[in-house]
Design a protein around this ligand. Structure first.
Ligand SMILES: Nc1ncnc2c1ncn2[C@@H]1O[C@H](COP(=O)(O)OS(=O)(=O)O)[C@@H](OP(=O)(O)O)[C@H]1O
Length: 360
């Protein structure tokens, strides 16, 4: 076998392992305890619990349960470290765009090196000193925060822990149409799977084995092109996507309301801002709203949005490369939409209850 064929067969094997592990029976954990009842036609929760090197889980799913519960109280921030705001989701809802814009606000202090720190799900054992070091220098009165869209699915106990440490924390959640969000997420997952990375590995250098990175770096142009063809959503049948949609990874991230209720349990309503993804089309207005919510004073917020370059602020960030439009597959689109309907109606109920005038 050529290097390329052996690599492809290893990748296919790893993809099938990911899929089959999704079908394990539901686990009774903190997360599943808060799931609303659903009918047999509706999404069901499933669990899996795969661990890799250094105790870091290899997929998103198990990260919703804190791995070091006994360390929580001893890991509270010491000294002056204060976290002021977090963007907690949703995954594939314009969070990279929001990060890019907020990074240009002089009053805000964001991570020095990358967008998502994943402290409260992956790196909590490293402690608050580590977390604090990830941010840039503190300017006077700057407000510290970061954008990790997976935080919304944190377990209730971790959310309580965050509240204990930072009771005045301001939270932002971008809510995107569930069907478009899921399609975007499944296409991203497909391309990662075919390139040999497990879900989530792409975003953390720390947990991607060096050998795997080197192997990807060393691919020839032709090999790279063939891998890209393999990861095209067009090469996958509708059943592939419906199967993936029923995995815990995608169900969990589609169930906005259940997870947000966990945050509302401990944080005041006024600390949580839910934002309609469609508002990104009026970028300056939505950015001024978000900036003032997280504590930037009105004049500064005005200065900040006024300083953003016209072309840059409307440019899509992290757009799904090579992803075909779901509207070209109307049957699949309506299947996904029907499947996610209970989550949509539950979230729309939450929006009404919290006084919002938009729906998804
Ligand atoms: N300005 C603007 N207007 C409209 N849409 C935008 C914009 N910026 C980003 N996007 C879309 O947001 C999707 C990526 O979301 P995230 O950055 O949150 O993804 S991630 O969770 O960080 O991977 C991704 O969606 P898809 O293209 O459907 O995949 C981006 O295209």
């Amino acid at each position: 076998m050529s290097d390329f064929s052996s690599m492809l067969s290893a990748l296919k094997q790893s993809a099938s392992q990911v899929q089959s592990s999704d079908r394990k029976p539901a686990r009774k954990d903190a997360e599943s305890a808060v799931v609303p009842a659903v009918t047999s036609q509706q999404p069901r929760r499933q669990g899996r619990n795969k661990r890799s090197r250094d105790g870091v889980d290899e997929d998103f799913d198990t990260r919703v349960v804190p791995r070091f519960p006994h360390m929580h109280s001893s890991r509270r921030p010491r000294g002056a470290f204060e976290l002021n705001w977090l963007v907690i989701g949703a995954q594939k809802a314009g969070t990279s765009w929001l990060h890019a814009q907020l990074s240009q606000c002089n009053c805000l202090r964001l991570p020095k090196r990358k967008k998502e720190l994943h402290f409260f799900d992956w790196h909590f054992s490293k402690g608050f000193d580590w977390y604090s070091e990830q941010f840039g220098d503190k300017r006077e009165n700057s407000l510290t925060g970061e954008v990790t869209p997976d935080y919304v699915v944190l377990s209730p106990s971790m959310i309580r822990e965050i509240h204990n440490c930072f009771p005045r924390l301001k939270l932002v959640f971008l809510a995107r149409d569930l069907t478009k969000r899921a399609w975007s997420a499944m296409c991203m997952e497909l391309s990662q799977k075919v390139t040999g990375l497990q879900c989530g590995e792409f975003s953390s250098d720390a947990i991607v084995p060096q050998t795997k990175r080197q192997r990807l770096d060393n691919l020839t142009v032709a090999q790279r092109r063939r891998l890209q063809e393999q990861s095209s959503p067009d090469s996958m049948p509708d059943s592939y996507f419906m199967d993936r949609l029923s995995s815990k990874t995608h169900l969990s991230r589609s169930d906005y309301a259940t997870h947000l209720r966990n945050w509302y349990e401990v944080f005041d309503d006024g600390n949580i801002l839910l934002v309609d993804f469609n508002e990104i089309s009026k970028p300056r207005e939505v950015l001024a709203k978000i900036a003032t919510h997280i504590g930037v004073n009105k004049d500064e917020a005005k200065r900040f949005v006024g300083s953003l370059a016209g072309d840059e602020v409307i440019r899509k960030v992290n757009a799904g490369a090579g992803k075909s439009a779901l509207s070209e597959r109307p049957r699949l689109e309506s299947q996904i939409t029907d499947y996610l309907a209970p989550f949509r109606s539950d979230f729309n109920k939450l929006l009404v209850q919290k006084g919002y005038d938009f729906a998804i």
